[in-house]
Design a protein around this ligand. Structure first.
Ligand code: ZN
Ligand code: ZN
Length: 252
């Protein structure tokens, strides 16, 4: 049973395809549902990180495109958004993003951390335990937030040298994250778009704790919609993972 709840459109500036093209592709792949989740806007004072996000003024265009394409779909379509987890911006999430988009669901992902001086660093530039702690602080906050249906690519932080070098010694941290996710019943995404950005230790701890896992392709083009999904499910099943599906979580 295939589906995908992490799907981008070109509003973010680094994806291609129309909502209808994604829907046609999902139907061709015999998906049972499809969720759109383009990158959310951020408040204007976060000018350093606006490069790969839709503008606030595009929220209604994004919503209209998905809702009008949905009318031509033969499978259930959900309107969502991938929101950057910045706990300090909770008011923006609740007062701007949610009221304007009226989403069916949100997924929370960390692409930046906010440093003490108010500037932002992307995941690639986390280079110290102090930065990593800021990352974990955001992650822990997100896990406790009912707004997020699931947490996107929490282990992608392994893309940077610091985390890669220290992956084994971070087991305690990932174990605590697994326990927190379990306690809050928050699914973690198994992102199939970039297998090299996967932390072995992270997944050992998620599996050990039987954290819910949601598989998605993080597609930035219609041709990538099904990328890695079959292999992802197979790997998780082999390892006894607690797999959950977006469509089932949303129908509850
Ligand atoms: Zn993206
Ligand atoms: Zn992301």
């Amino acid at each position: 049973m295939l589906e995908n709840f992490h799907t981008h459109l070109p509003y973010c500036g680094h994806a291609s395809g129309t909502a209808l093209e994604y829907i046609k592709q999902a139907e061709a792949l015999q998906f049972r549902a499809l969720g759109f989740s383009d990158h959310s806007p951020v408040p204007s004072h976060m000018y350093g990180v606006q490069g790969f996000k839709m503008k606030e003024s595009e929220l209604s265009l994004y919503r209209d495109e998905v809702l009008s394409a949905k009318k031509e779909a033969t499978i259930p379509i959900y309107l969502g958004m991938e929101v950057d987890i910045i706990s300090q911006e909770k008011a923006y999430l609740e007062e701007v993003l949610i009221p304007q988009l009226k989403p069916d669901y949100l997924l929370g992902s960390i692409h930046y951390i906010r440093l003490g001086d108010g500037s932002y660093a992307d995941l690639g530039s986390i280079e110290s335990a102090k930065h990593f702690d800021l990352y974990i602080e955001q992650l822990r906050w997100a896990i406790t937030q009912p707004h997020f249906l699931f947490i996107g690519h929490a282990d992608r932080v392994i893309m940077n040298d610091y985390v890669q070098k220290n992956d084994a010694s971070l087991r305690d941290v990932w174990q605590a994250i697994a326990k927190l996710a379990k306690a809050h019943n928050k699914p973690m995404e198994f992102n199939t778009s970039a297998p090299l950005h996967r932390s072995e230790v992270f997944w050992q701890e998620m599996l050990r704790e039987q954290v819910s896992v949601l598989v998605s392709s993080d597609a930035h083009a219609p041709s990538r919609l099904g990328y890695g999904l079959v292999e992802g499910y197979a790997w998780l099943e082999k390892h006894g993972a607690q797999i959950v599906y977006g469509s089932e979580l949303l129908s509850k």
